[in-house]
Design a protein around this ligand. Structure first.
Ligand SMILES: [Cu+2]
Length: 155
């Protein structure tokens, strides 16, 4: 009897593991949202960049579903993804709030955030500009002459 219970628990454990793993893998591609992946790269002189260096988004097509950013840090150092003007949407104590995008990613870790799209739309309307550009970089390892990467948001 003991043996059977153990085996049942193991089977349930494996089954739950599969459900969770499958869910995590399918999640970005089921249409729940659009995910954009950034990867940290170490470059010369102890500096680092986030790649790709340019992302182009279209409000009409890319803003129809939740917009997520994923940050992969395959390097041996901690990096930060900072994008002035961009806001992330997070739940804090059961309340949905927004805060500036400044995400710390430890070595060999991955982080996900949900971007506040309404802020980007608001920026375009407020500036009466069709296209709005945001910079991003790692503030810990940014070169003085490095403008960083750009996220270009058009109509
Ligand atoms: Cu860095």
């Amino acid at each position: 009897m003991k043996e059977r219970e153990g085996s049942y628990a193991r089977t349930m454990g494996v089954w739950l593991g599969c459900v969770i793993a499958t869910g995590a893998m399918i999640w970005p591609s089921t249409g729940w949202g659009k995910e954009i992946a950034f990867v940290a790269h170490d470059v010369d002189n102890q500096q680092a960049v986030w790649l790709p260096g340019e992302i182009i988004l279209h409000r009409n097509t890319d803003f129809t579903e939740p917009l997520m950013f994923r940050f992969d840090n395959p390097t041996a150092r901690t990096h930060v993804f900072e994008a002035p003007g961009l806001l992330e949407s997070v739940e804090e104590n059961g309340v949905q709030i927004t805060r500036p995008v400044r995400i710390t990613i430890a070595p060999e870790m991955t982080e996900h955030i949900v971007i506040d799209r309404s802020q980007m739309t608001h920026d375009a309307i407020a500036g009466e500009k069709e296209t709005v550009t945001y910079q991003f970089y790692c503030p810990l390892h940014r070169a003085d002459n490095d403008a960083g990467g750009t996220i270009v948001v058009g109509p």
